[in-house]
Design a protein. Structure first.
Length: 154
């Protein structure tokens, strides 16, 4: 199974989701069964490491994002991934516009699929530190439910 997380810049939300899910899969002994990646709809940060604030907040909870590098989502990703998960409605709209008529990937809003009190992971880029904590809270909860789904599928 292959999962791609998508946000706008691929330096805050989706790299965090990639790191959290990879960690939780490893803990569950499922790392070999699921490939995880992330990408941005925009190309401004391609090749860059995740935002320092995202890295710092994640590391405090045990997730090391330092090896990740930003990339832009492409039409080919719809053939390569089983599940493409958008962080907000704007990301989802942009992905729908890119989606080929016949793609393998199922496309969904991350928090709509993995029940949450809100359906978007808010963009923390222009926020204070607190925004990055909220991003982690939402992502950790949804990733727990994603891991349960993966266990059910296997
Ligand atoms: P992300 O956050 O989509 O969670 O990676 C952002 C990062 C950069 C920008 C916007 C959002 N930006 O405008 O450069």
């Amino acid at each position: 199974m292959r999962v791609l997380f998508v946000c706008l810049g691929n330096i805050c939300r989706s790299p965090t989701a990639e790191g959290v899910l990879r960690h939780k899969l490893r803990e569950a002994g499922l790392a070999a069964q699921v490939q995880v990646a992330s990408a941005g709809t925009g190309d401004w940060h391609v090749g860059n490491a995740p935002d320092k604030r995202s890295q710092a907040a994640a590391l405090l909870r045990g997730y090391d994002l330092s090896a990740q590098r930003a990339q832009q989502v492409s039409r080919a990703d719809f053939a390569d991934y089983d599940l493409i998960l958008a962080m907000d409605h704007s990301n989802l709209r942009n992905l729908k516009a890119l989606q080929p008529a016949q793609g393998r990937a199922e496309l969904d809003l991350f928090l709509r699929r993995y029940a949450s009190s809100v359906d978007e992971v808010p963009d923390p880029y222009y926020d204070a530190e607190q925004g990055f904590e909220q991003v982690l809270d939402l992502i950790e909860h949804a990733c727990d439910l994603l891991v349960i789904e993966v266990k059910g599928r296997l």
